[in-house]
Design a protein around this ligand. Structure first.
Ligand code: NAI
Length: 340
């Protein structure tokens, strides 16, 4: 009797657990670079989403084991693995696509990273264009400031570019800004929201601390300290890992949040806002990260209000980041056009 009641209790808990994961909708998500440092935890977090029915994992190696492992989690989505270029087309039936590349190692310059990742992003996005041109494409591979323009050019060359569905994932900058501001100002983490605009490297990352919600006041020293820490937070992790890679767990968390927001928007939730690096007319630059409203068709609106009424510090930082961001965009466009 004891055994029976224990069994039924366990069964009930299992049912409760599963109940939380009943699929509310059925979207397909493809993670590209799924065996990597970001790809694995990202795949796990997506496997926990009640909005996902199919999770496709692609990598050039080592993805079979990751998929077998994840497939034992009793959450609704079906996991399938795809290895190598010959299986990429079959993988890409997805709504959300997350390409990845190689990590930033200490001593590696941004140019080294560009040379490797530019070609990978070009090839992956080209396959996306051929197989699932209507998907939301979410670029994580650095340098995001250049890889997004590369992706856009490839999609244009294929005649399927929809600027509303191409995103550079900058969510990690927002996640970091929220965490650091909450810590510094002793605020409840869950409430804090700091918009981060510009791009996704060094000084192009511009946290708009004056727009923090709930409103908070900062001394000049705090603004300088927090801004620089948010801009260099990636380096903090690279140095702490000392050769073992860059931010992977916090990045996976951030990317999973962006995927989940996208799925909620696809599912008809009319109240989804995220920061992302997208084609934009908010400044004189063709691509710019800002808050955007997400809807069923991707970017429903850019939110210009964050850029109004900036402090002197923010206005100067905005002007200072523009030449670097412009150069990164032009470098990406030139790479893609040279290859065409
Ligand atoms: P990783 O090296 O651990 O994983 C990369 C994965 O990509 C590996 O499994 C590798 O086999 C796979 N891969 C290599 N060539 C491929 C190809 N042609 N097609 C598909 N997969 C391929 O790297 P990690 O740490 O996961 O980082 C991935 C990327 O994310 C890097 O470019 C990194 O700079 C970027 N990143 C972006 C952040 C952001 O905030 N947007 C933050 C942190 C990293």
């Amino acid at each position: 009797a004891l055994h029976a009641s224990f069994a039924s209790k366990a069964q009930k808990e299992s049912q409760n657990f599963n109940y939380r994961f009943q699929p509310q909708a059925s979207y397909k998500v493809a993670v590209l670079g799924a065996a990597g440092g970001i790809g694995q935890p990202l795949a796990l977090l997506i496997k926990m989403s009640p909005l996902v029915s199919d999770l496709h994992l692609y990598d050039i190696a080592n993805v079979k084991g990751v998929a077998a492992d994840l497939s034992h989690c009793n959450t609704p989505s079906q996991v399938r693995d795809f290895t190598g270029a010959s299986e990429l087309g079959n993988c890409l039936k997805g709504v959300d696509v997350v390409p990845a590349g190689v990590p930033r190692k200490p001593g590696m310059t941004r140019d080294d990273l560009f040379n490797i990742n530019a070609g990978i992003v070009r090839d992956l996005v080209s396959a996306v264009a051929d197989n699932c041109p209507g998907a939301f494409i979410q670029i994580i591979s650095n340098p995001v400031n250049s890889t997004v323009p590369i992706a856009a050019e490839v999609l244009k060359q294929k005649g399927v570019y929809d600027p509303k569905k191409l995103f550079g994932v900058t969510t990690l900058d927002v996640v970091r800004a929220n965490t650091f501001v909450a810590q510094r100002k002793n605020l409840k983490l869950i409430d804090v929201d700091v918009p981060v605009v510009g791009g996704h490297a060094g000084i192009t990352i511009l946290p708009l601390l004056s727009k923090t919600r709930p409103s908070a006041s900062f001394t000049d020293e705090e603004i300088e300290e927090l801004t620089v820490r948010i801009q260099n937070a990636g380096t903090e992790v690279v140095e702490a890992k000392a050769g073992a890679g860059s931010a992977t767990l916090s990045m996976a968390y951030a990317a999973a949040r962006f995927v989940e927001s996208s799925l909620r928007a696809l599912d008809g939730d009319g109240d989804v806002y995220e920061c992302a690096y997208v084609q934009s007319d908010l400044t004189d630059l063709p691509y710019f990260a800002s808050r955007v409203k997400l809807g069923r068709k991707g970017v429903e609106a850019l939110i210009p209000s964050d850029l109004q009424g900036l402090t002197d510090y923010e206005q100067k930082a905005l002007e200072a980041l523009k030449p670097e961001l412009k150069a990164s965009i032009e470098k990406g466009v030139a790479f893609a056009q040279k290859q065409a």
